[in-house]
Design a protein around this ligand. Sequence first.
Ligand SMILES: Nc1ncnc2c1ncn2[C@@H]1O[C@H](COP(=O)(O)OP(=O)(O)OP(=O)(O)O)[C@@H](O)[C@H]1O
Ligand SMILES: [Mg+2]
Length: 466
Amino acid sequence: MTGFSSFDLLPPILAAIEEAGYTTPTPIQEQAIPHLRDGRDLLGIAQTGTGKTAAFALPILDRLARRRVRPGSGQARALILTPTRELAAQIDASFATYGRRLNLSRAVVYGGVGQYPQVKSMGRGVDILTATPGRLLDLMNQGFVKLDRLEIFVLDEADRMLDMGFIHDIRMVISHLPVERQTLLFSATMPKEIAHLAQGLLSDPERVEAAPSATTAERVEQKVYFVDKGDKRAALIHLLRQESLTRALVFTRTKHGADKVVLDLEKHAIEADAIHGNKSQGARERALSRFRSGESRVLVATDIAARGIDVTGISHVINFDLPNEPESYVHRIGRTARAGREGVAISLCDATEVVFLRAIEKIIRIPIPVETQHPHHSEVAATARAIAAAPVQPQNRYARSSRPSRSPREPGAQERTQRSRVRADQPSAASPAAQRSAKPRSAPQPSAGHAPSSARPPMARRKRVD
Ligand SMILES: Nc1ncnc2c1ncn2[C@@H]1O[C@H](COP(=O)(O)OP(=O)(O)OP(=O)(O)O)[C@@H](O)[C@H]1O
Ligand SMILES: [Mg+2]
């Protein structure tokens, strides 16, 4: 008997959970599973690494196995959409684990690989289809996948799936689904501007918040290292030489940046793989599986690896660049400290990035402790942050424009910007004025030219990663 017995799930599912070593349901499982067993629509918010996958997979398996129906050709009974190929494969593997005694059929559909095996696997229809939206739509348009008899629809990483990078594809997929269906949305974050879209997809939903949106994983020790931009590589190498970093996932903002970091580490005899959207699917899979197996100790990634990926034993997440979407921070650092384990998240922050740091601290609702005891500490960046954190003076918008305190670039100006418009090149502490006042005479000035032009790029420009 396990703590899962009270859910009245089919015995083969309970047996599989026990074999997986789960004894006690996590809070999101505890709270969501009874509603899902009742067939309700649901928005589930819970911290990273707290078992959201099983929270939806177990009741889905239970429902499909209790009422077995032969899916028609190309049909799926349950569809789970995810933002990345690797996450789709991982979720399919979770269904395989939890459903190993049920004999339900499954398929995975995503881009970057030949479509023939996927078309073949959909030939007789499946019980559970896990997919990324781009390839799924391709196969639907070619007539290989049909979803008009779908029973359950899940958006994992729902806020990501409903932002501008994906919403068009998601709308297209939904237009092919029957109105009568069960819809489930899960994520660790749900920004307000996306939440109303989410509500529109759900019918009389339950909202389960095991923790408020954007609450960071409980056992992750977060630290920020203030460094000058030019010292970031040296700071990273210093960190990676420490033996306590048994498995480190390093995030960069760009694909090119990830490749540059890998090359630089190799020059310093630190072996690392990279995973990002310009790599072939084969290279992506190899990099992730070498990291999973412990064959490689360091994986350098873009945000492609920020969401959902579950690799046991990541001791450290290092943000080589701070993410320009604050939610990404929550997901990135959530790759460590999963399933009750501990982990460390270190963010290297230069003076141009304090605006991102502020945006992150605002959504996670806690300040990130600063570590100064390292060889690359930058007073420039630290002071830029202190200035950004200073309370904003009330402004008289009709006062004369020559007064510096009314400049849109003044410290604290980002407090008034929309989250979606946070820009590193505009506001506050990263501004030339702020840096001048923050900077000791001899220190090099962080170059505004290196700052990313937009903290949250216009959504339409963001590339889909599947
Ligand atoms: N009840 C449980 N007991 C023990 N381990 C569990 C339990 N439920 C899930 N796990 C394990 O916890 C880990 C994290 O689960 P999962 O990937 O579903 O988290 P998540 O909430 O979806 O995280 P993320 O927000 O990062 O996607 C997995 O390794 C999973 O096997
Ligand atoms: Mg997940």
